[in-house]
Design a protein around this ligand. Sequence first.
Ligand code: ADP
Length: 197
Amino acid sequence: MTYRLLIMGPPGAGKGTQAKNVSADLGIAWISSGELFRQTIRSGSELGEQIASYINNGNLVPDEVTDRMVADHLRALDPRVNGFLLDGYPRTLSQVGALDRILAEYDAPLDAVIELEIPDDEIVSRLLLRAEKEGREDDTEDVIRHRIEVYHESTEPLLAVYRERGLLVGIDGMGTIDEVRERLVTKCEAFLASKNQ
Ligand code: ADP
């Protein structure tokens, strides 16, 4: 049994950390749009420079660039055969459409969309802490606040779309990393099992 999953939530919700752990627990590939972008930036290419200018200002990378990058990865994986956990994509309604099209090509629909829920003020303090530890250039206070606005404006509306499709699984993102991991895997497996009955 393999699963095709998305994980969503505001910046700083702990998506990346949980996505890495949960994909390992479920034996599926972890595909993080943010990580793929950071790899491209590190490669020093011209595209990497353009991408950095969006990310470092807390803006979204244009859909066209993002859609192509994720589509390439999904194709290489073959989503019909191999499961995945997409982390950070889609982030706009247009990206939802692009993802739908590519998954339809493979007749490989999504099984669940995990929403990690945490309050806004917790987000800011977590991201400022991460800034101290990791030194990510998009983790300064102004940029963080802008990223939260972008999340509410562009990405939060996607939750309603997936709720309507009956795919949304809400997870309380507060607590230790291990507590959230356990909560997430338990609830997600129960949801997937109930769908497959
Ligand atoms: P976080 O979860 O903390 O926001 P990510 O690593 O997921 O961090 O993303 C970092 C940045 O990469 C985002 O703020 C955005 O600029 C860019 N990015 C990531 N995914 C997408 C996407 N699907 N569409 C557009 N931009 C994206």
